[in-house]
Design a protein around this ligand. Structure first.
Ligand code: NZQ
Ligand code: ZN
Length: 392
């Protein structure tokens, strides 16, 4: 296990009706004027925005609002938000939505404390040094942005989707009401569950050998999320299943499960190219990329992939041919994804095979030598081969 330093400054308030805590929580931060950020309208239609505003009013916190965040959130609205913050003297961001809304809120928070272009942080030109406090009212279990150190924005003009990792990204509080995602279409619930699992798997397929405790935490969380996802896509009103998914989303991506491990994140970088170019949900893109990534790399650490097959999908271990066990685990994962309604091929996603070379070339290089991925570094040729595996 590697050395680590770990601090999560996020307060979690979990349960029915916790959006009523928005006002008191903002107040506790010492803020006096909040910018409420929300999406395309689901939070207005459900009455959630009204309840949040009432809570802020009750706590004596002034507020202005910025709606219209699109999935795979764009830079354009971030610029608008930064201007609004400066014009209105806002001192806190309250994001009411899923990952796209929370990430927009985070980017506005960083950008409004910076004299240059906020995109500098996303293209690696500058590092944020200050930010405004961000609170989140989570409406869907998926991205984990409610306590992650990450933020992902798309530059609309170039279709470049890039993530920024900094501890400044961690929200100060997250209000988690598992009833809120009950209004999501099952497809979106499935996308969310796929993303949650992918966040655990990016950590699970580590290069570290002696990480039994975090292996077991990851496996337990994956088992619970798989079970809850099967229930919630059939019955979005199942409160217990929504509870598992919502807390699962949060712990899957704030490192609770996986401190001290090398992590990969190559699949995520490849997926970001798909959702940037085709504007598909991030979870659906991962359903296509992850199994192909597993097939491509499994032989480099076959026992770890076999362990995943045995412990997460209950496959029998073939000691003579562990690669067969590993492959059965990948097939079982793919079968699960199909069961919950996810695409598993590029064509099902609506991607064009002729775009593969450009997608591979444009994928973010995360290592100093120009490769991508922390455990299994990939060249553009490797990425192209993985996308070809997904093109069935
Ligand atoms: O815009 P509205 O009308 O609210 O509709 C949204 C949107 O269309 C809808 N929705 C959300 N809550 C709902 C609801 N509809 C009905 N009832 C509700 N309660 O769901 C749609 C998708 O929302 P979005 O926020 O895009 O989904 P998600 O949470 O999956 O976020 C995806 C984004 O997060 C990024 C992804 O790349 C993508 O851009 N990620 C962010 C991460 C982070 N910051 O840590 C990590 C992830 O790996 C991921 O990359
Ligand atoms: Zn993700």
């Amino acid at each position: 296990m590697k050395n680590f330093s770990y601090h999560i400054p996020t307060r979690f308030v979990f349960g029915r009706g916790v959006e009523a805590e928005a006002g008191p929580q903002v107040r506790e931060l010492g803020a006096t004027k909040a910018l409420i950020v929300y999406g395309g309208g689901s939070a207005v239609r459900s009455g959630l925005i009204g309840r949040v505003e009432a809570s802020l009013d009750g706590a004596g916190v002034a507020h202005v609002a910025l709606g219209g965040v699109k999935p795979n959130p764009r830079d354009v609205l971030v610029y608008e938000g930064i201007e609004l913050v400066r014009r209105e003297g806002v001192d806190c961001i309250l994001a009411v939505g899923g990952g796209s809304v929370i990430d927009t809120g985070k980017a506005i928070a960083h950008g409004s404390c910076y004299d240059g272009d906020f995109w500098d942080f996303f293209c690696g030109k500058a590092k944020p040094e200050r930010t405004l406090p961000v609170g989140a009212v989570l409406t869907m279990a998926a991205a984990g942005s409610e306590s992650s150190n990450s933020c992902v924005i798309t530059q609309e003009a170039t279709k470049t989707k890039r993530g920024l990792r900094t501890e400044l990204n961690r929200p100060r509080f997250a209000l988690l009401n598992p009833e809120l995602p009950m209004t999501l279409p099952p497809y979106q619930i499935a996308c969310g569950a796929t993303d949650i699992l992918a966040h655990i798997m990016e950590r699970y397929f580590t290069g570290e050998a002696d990480v039994d405790l975090t292996d077991r935490l990851c496996e337990g969380a994956m088992l619970a999320v798989i079970r809850a996802a099967r229930v919630a896509v059939k019955d979005p009103h199942d409160y217990d299943a929504q509870c598992q998914l919502m807390w699962g989303s949060t712990i899957a991506h704030n490192d609770t499960l996986a401190v001290g491990r090398t992590q990969d994140w190559g699949s995520h970088q490849i997926e970001h190219e798909l959702s940037a170019l085709y504007d598909v949900p991030h979870g659906a893109g991962l359903a296509v990329v992850f199994p192909a990534w597993m097939r491509y790399h499994m032989e480099k650490n076959v026992m770890r992939f076999a362990q995943f097959a045995v412990r997460v999908y209950g496959c029998g271990m073939d000691f003579e041919h562990p690669e067969k066990t590993a492959l059965r685990g990948i097939e079982a994962h793919e079968a699960f994804l199909r069961d919950i309604g996810m695409p598993v091929t590029l064509r099902e996603l609506g991607a064009r095979p002729e775009d593969i070379p450009a997608l591979a070339a444009h994928t973010k290089k995360t290592n100093p030598d120009g490769t991508t991925g922390g455990v299994f570094p990939m060249t553009p040729a490797d990425i192209e081969a993985i996308l070809r595996l997904a093109d069935r």
